[in-house]
Design a protein around this ligand. Structure first.
Ligand code: C2O
Length: 550
């Protein structure tokens, strides 16, 4: 592989959307940010200079970061933020991955405007396991607030309640024709009859899982989270925040002389009104001559896709159970067949007593919180990875994160009287190369919601999922240990559970959290500590000299 150099300058830029302008934090003044392209095996150096008055930190979502945990990016977990005027060069190698991933700010709510695609091409000369597409197009879903997103977040924290819902969804930063003043801000995809296009779908939205469909066309799913899957064809896909999905779209053989909406709208089991139930649309247009500059013809008929109902969990389950690893000799599924350590985590919302001098919007005047095993993680003031590396534990992390919920869990459908969670900053430590099985159970306390759980530094295999309470006597017999999907973010179903397996072969401190930003902020987050192995290639490398300081 070669080394790819990128300069990312974090700077403000003025952007007009939805009838108004505001200054947003960007990389290089671009929104969405620049696309990062590399091949499997390449080294990547991204020199990030912070020119804004906010602290910054960037995360390369889904990149394995073998031995390079210092480049992972979550603020106060693997690094201190890059302060104004400072530069930090993220250096990592892309090992064993090819497909679509993405990068985003990993501090506060800055990822609302600071994000972009990561395109990992196969090694030179290595074809895709499907027919080569005519063109490849990143399609990034986002969420747009008319207000400053930092203000939205701090308001939510101040009242201990839910943040204001976003004002629009976007495709590649564009809200599309269904929103006010936005017809000119519409993503358009020009296709030529008979050609096949690879859409690199990325859900960069903050708080919403999405359905996506293209009117009168089908989508063939070929890869998720930079891992190939057994191809299958659907009309609509489901994508959670943090997830990426590559689909093939084949244009009709003969110019249909029509335009087609490409639409995305949220999947949520909580009632509309408490989330943004609007729809973003892009437009698929046909052009016989791909070089033609002829523009969108609005006199042609326009077709709209039928998206599932906002709470169609059946549809979602049906979609996710279709996802299978390719599991061929060339692309084997390295599912751990034996387990060294089993964990059971509860995932869900809860409450904290309302701090004095605040009026809280949680039940009975409490403050909303969210927790893993009933512990709501409080970010430390020094990065956990640095503390670990220098042997510092006092006042940083005192003891182990509980391997089991603090109180036994049995979901009955009625929330418990006491919904309070504990707070803490603790790591769950694993010896190098531990084979882990983790069952994550949604508690459905204070709202039934699916939680897209993202693990940094690893891919895991989704070996099982179900509804109701996980049954450790019966459910493991149904686990798929042959071709389960391999990914970095999975939706823990609302009122259900998901079982994952991974091999802890990457030393460092690895964040795991719900990728709904509001839940992360409320504390639905924890971190694993994977110790060094004995061989040189099993140790965390020393921190780079330009590592930011707190
Ligand atoms: Cu994409 Cu910890 O995040």
């Amino acid at each position: 592989g070669i080394t790819r150099h990128y300069d990312f300058d974090v700077q403000m830029a003025k952007v007009t959307r939805l009838c108004g302008s505001k200054s947003i934090v960007t990389v290089n003044g671009q929104f969405p940010g620049p696309e990062l392209v590399a091949r499997e095996g390449d080294r990547v150096h991204v020199r990030v200079t912070n020119h804004v008055s906010h602290n910054m930190s960037l995360h390369w979502h889904g990149i394995r970061q073998m031995q390079t945990g210092w480049a992972d990016g979550p603020a106060y977990i693997t690094q201190c933020p890059i302060q104004m005027g400072q530069t930090y060069v993220y250096k990592f190698t892309i090992t064993g991955q090819r497909g679509t991933l993405w990068w985003h700010a990993h501090i506060s709510w800055h990822r609302a405007t600071v994000y972009g695609a990561i395109v990992i091409l196969p090694k030179l000369g290595v074809p895709y396991p499907f027919a080569a597409p005519h063109k490849e197009v990143p399609v990034i879903f986002g969420e747009w607030w008319a207000a400053d997103t930092e203000v939205v977040m701090s308001q939510a924290l101040k009242v201990g309640g839910a943040p204001n819902i976003s004002d629009a969804f976007t495709i590649n930063g564009l809200p599309g024709p269904l929103y006010n003043c936005s017809a000119q801000d519409t993503f358009k995809l020009k296709v030529t009859p008979g050609k096949t296009y690879l859409l690199r779908l990325i859900n960069a939205a903050l708080n919403d899982e999405l359905f996506f469909s293209v009117a009168n066309h089908t989508l063939t799913v070929v890869e998720v989270d930079a891992v190939y899957v057994k191809p299958f064809t659907v009309k609509t896909i489901v994508i959670s925040p943090g997830q990426t999905t590559n689909v093939l779209l084949t244009a009709k053989p003969v110019n249909p002389k029509a335009n087609f909406y490409m639409s995305a709208a949220p999947y949520s089991v909580i009632r509309p009104g408490t989330f943004d139930n609007t729809t973003v649309a892009g437009i698929l247009e046909y052009h016989e001559d791909p070089s033609s500059s002829s523009s969108f013809d609005k006199n042609l008929p326009l077709f709209k896709p039928m998206l599932p109902r906002f709470n169609d969990t059946k549809f979602v389950t049906n979609f996710t159970t279709k996802l299978r690893s390719l599991a061929t000799t060339k692309y084997p599924a390295a599912v751990p067949q034996t387990v060294d350590k089993r964990f059971f985590f509860t995932i869900g919302l809860g409450t904290l007593p309302c701090p004095k001098n605040m009026t809280c919007q949680g039940p009975n005047g409490t403050q909303f919180a969210a927790a893993v095993n009933n512990v709501s993680l409080v970010l430390p003031t020094k990065a956990l990875l640095q503390s670990h590396f220098t042997g510092l534990t006092t006042g940083v992390y005192a003891s182990d994160f509980p391997a089991m919920p603090l109180s036994p869990f049995n979901y009955t459908g009625t929330p418990p009287n006491n919904t309070n969670v504990a707070t803490g900053t603790k790591l769950l430590a694993l010896p190098f190369n531990t084979s882990v099985e983790l069952v994550m159970q949604d508690t459905s306390v204070l709202g039934i919601e699916s939680h897209p759980l993202h693990l940094h530094g690893f891919n895991y295999f989704v070996v099982g999922q179900g509804f109701g309470n996980y049954d450790s006597a019966k459910d493991p017999a149904k686990f798929n240990l042959v071709d389960p999907v391999e990914r970095n973010t999975v939706g823990v179903p609302a009122g259900g559970w998901v079982a994952i397996r991974f091999l802890a072969d990457n030393p460092g401190v690895w964040f795991m959290h719900c990728h709904l930003e509001v839940h992360t902020t409320w504390g639905l987050r924890m971190a694993w500590l994977v110790h060094d192995g004995s061989k040189p290639n099993q140790k965390l490398l020393p921190p780079p000299s330009d590592m930011p300081k707190c």
